[in-house]
Design a protein around this ligand. Structure first.
Ligand code: HEM
Length: 253
């Protein structure tokens, strides 16, 4: 991904036409397969200043894909009258400095932190141990396994990076699934028992939290299944994923 910034200076009497032109042009961006997202913002202190941010799949996709497409002709027809008002037009590489602010709690905090996740995994592996379908897979598990999985989930949901620092991170988690030949009925049972445990230990039951929580569990179990197949060639090195609220942040009405 690459971020393009275009800064405009538009005199007050032309701002209405300018925004109307971008409403039209935005439709082209929405349809462009090279465009991930875009936003036009206007300065509060200097209302004649506008910044357009467009995230492209890559600079090459922008310059050689979008710029040479019919959509660009349409885009340009809309915003052409304003090209001379451009003050800067550049591509920017993202750096590692980014994140979300403190106005939205992490899923980890919302769930109740390490203690709540440990209660969850303790109960979950009690249920797993007596389950006829997946119990046998965990017959020789480390007695600390529930705590390790709680650490993993904590890190994924925005808590401290303990699994990475104390347990070997993604690489170790992956190694524990290799060759386990997890089947779809086993995956489903794993999910179903985890959801039972979540209800039993009183994990927050609000729709927003459960949607985000279940989203990660679906994603993670499907990856675990794929990576566990004989002959699988999974990604060997990766950071621990960080899961957020997605499209529905916590309800605060
Ligand atoms: C979101 C999905 C999943 C997560 C987050 C997860 C997490 C983990 C983690 C962190 C470990 C390593 C613990 C350690 O550090 O020792 C592990 C091991 C293991 N996982 Fe998963 N897992 C997932 C899905 C599954 C599924 C669907 C199955 C099978 C139905 C499964 C079976 C196992 C087994 C058998 C081990 C090794 C246990 C042992 O012998 O100690 N996992 N898992």
């Amino acid at each position: 991904m690459i971020v393009e910034y275009i800064r405009y200076r538009i005199p007050g009497e032309r701002s209405e036409d300018f925004e109307a032109a971008y409403h039209k042009a935005a439709d082209c961006l929405s349809r462009a397969p090279q465009c991930a997202d875009y936003e036009l913002a206007r300065s509060v202190e200097q209302p004649e200043s506008y910044i357009l941010r467009i995230t492209w799949t890559s600079a090459k996709d922008h310059l050689e894909g979008f710029r040479r497409s019919d959509l660009f002709q349409e885009f340009f027809a809309a915003i052409g009258p304003f090209v001379h008002d451009i003050e800067e037009m550049s591509h920017y590489e993202r750096t590692a400095v980014r994140g979300t602010g403190g106005s939205i709690p992490s899923l980890y905090d919302w769930a109740g932190g390490a203690e709540a996740l440990e209660r969850l995994t303790e109960r979950f592996y009690d249920l797993v141990a007596v389950d006829d379908l997946i119990g046998p897979l965990f017959k020789h598990m480390n007695p600390d396994h529930p705590r390790f999985v709680a650490m993993w989930l904590g890190e994924v949901f925005g808590g401290p990076a303990r699994y990475t620092h104390e347990r070997g991170g993604y690489r170790h988690m992956l190694s524990m699934h290799l060759g386990k030949a997890i089947t779809e009925p086993m995956r489903r049972r794993w999910v179903s028992l985890l959801m039972d445990a979540a209800d039993e230990v009183g994990l927050p039951a609000d729709p927003e939290f459960r949607a985000a929580f279940t989203g990660y569990i679906e994603w993670g179990t499907r990856l675990a299944l794929a990576n566990s197949q004989p002959g699988a060639e999974p990604v060997r090195e990766a950071p621990v994923p960080h899961w957020g609220w997605g499209v529905a942040p916590p309800y605060s009405g």
